[in-house]
Design a protein around this ligand. Structure first.
Ligand SMILES: [Mg+2]
Ligand SMILES: [Zn+2]
Length: 229
């Protein structure tokens, strides 16, 4: 994990229930742009943030079922000099408050500000957190004692699906953001298909709850051991 990797101040923690001994808890890792909020290119100003109207309900349902809900987002616009980490944090604070107004909560928000060809030297590194690499997921898995085999990655790009494949989670591609275009025009070239396709984040949440029920309940195909993270 890069020392420059940062987490938003809104990260949950004290309110997290302790995990059962010897077994991790399931989590849902959410991409941000095109999954929780509208894909608008880079969000280089707070006014460009548009949280999808169904996102709070989707996340609230996952909260109620005791899944950890964790955002993982590439924000290479920081490395490219398009916007600052302060802007990223402001966007995440606004997402947090909009979700809270509807009774929904993210347990943590991770972002990768790096890019190997970034304009700003401080961020120009080959990091381990830029999706589809697993640094953000692994950091969350350690912190929250997550069982990745019982967890999901939900996103609108194939890169998110590759993150899930690399981390050993299940994967759901949403048709919002870049999702429909990626699926319709590029899936022939994909070496591996997403596990499921969903119209949007709310349908993805319903699929997850249908497959797993509450986090404490056993699901078909459950591993008896947690991931060695
Ligand atoms: Mg996206
Ligand atoms: Zn990174």
């Amino acid at each position: 994990m890069s020392a420059r990797h940062k987490k938003a101040a809104s990260e949950g923690g004290p309110q997290s229930a302790p995990a059962p001994l010897g077994r991790g808890v399931p989590a849902v890792f959410l991409d941000r742009d095109g999954t929780v909020s509208e894909e608008v290119g880079y969000i280089n100003h707070i006014s460009r943030l548009q949280v999808y109207p169904w996102s709070a309900e989707a996340i609230r349902k996952l909260n109620q079922a005791e899944h950890r809900v964790i955002m993982v987002t590439n924000q290479s616009g920081v490395a490219r000099g398009y916007f600052t980490e302060e802007l990223v944090n402001a966007v995440h604070q606004k997402i947090t408050s909009e979700l809270a107004a509807h009774g929904a909560r993210l347990d943590a928000m991770y972002y990768c500000p790096h890019h190997p060809n970034g304009k700003l030297k401080a961020y120009r590194i080959d990091c381990q957190c830029r999706k589809p690499l697993t640094g953000m997921v692994e950091a969350a898995a350690r912190k929250f004692h997550i069982d990745l085999a019982r967890s999901y990655v939900v996103g609108d790009s194939y890169r998110d699906m590759q993150l899930g494949f690399n981390a050993g989670t299940r994967t759901i591609l949403v048709m919002t953001g870049y999702g429909r275009g990626e699926y319709e025009h590029h899936r022939q070239g994909w070496p591996r298909m997403p596990d499921r396709i969903a119209e949007n984040l709310l349908e993805a949440a319903e699929i997850i709850l249908g497959e797993t029920g509450r986090a404490g309940a056993a699901a078909p195909g459950d591993s008896l051991t947690s991931q060695p993270l």
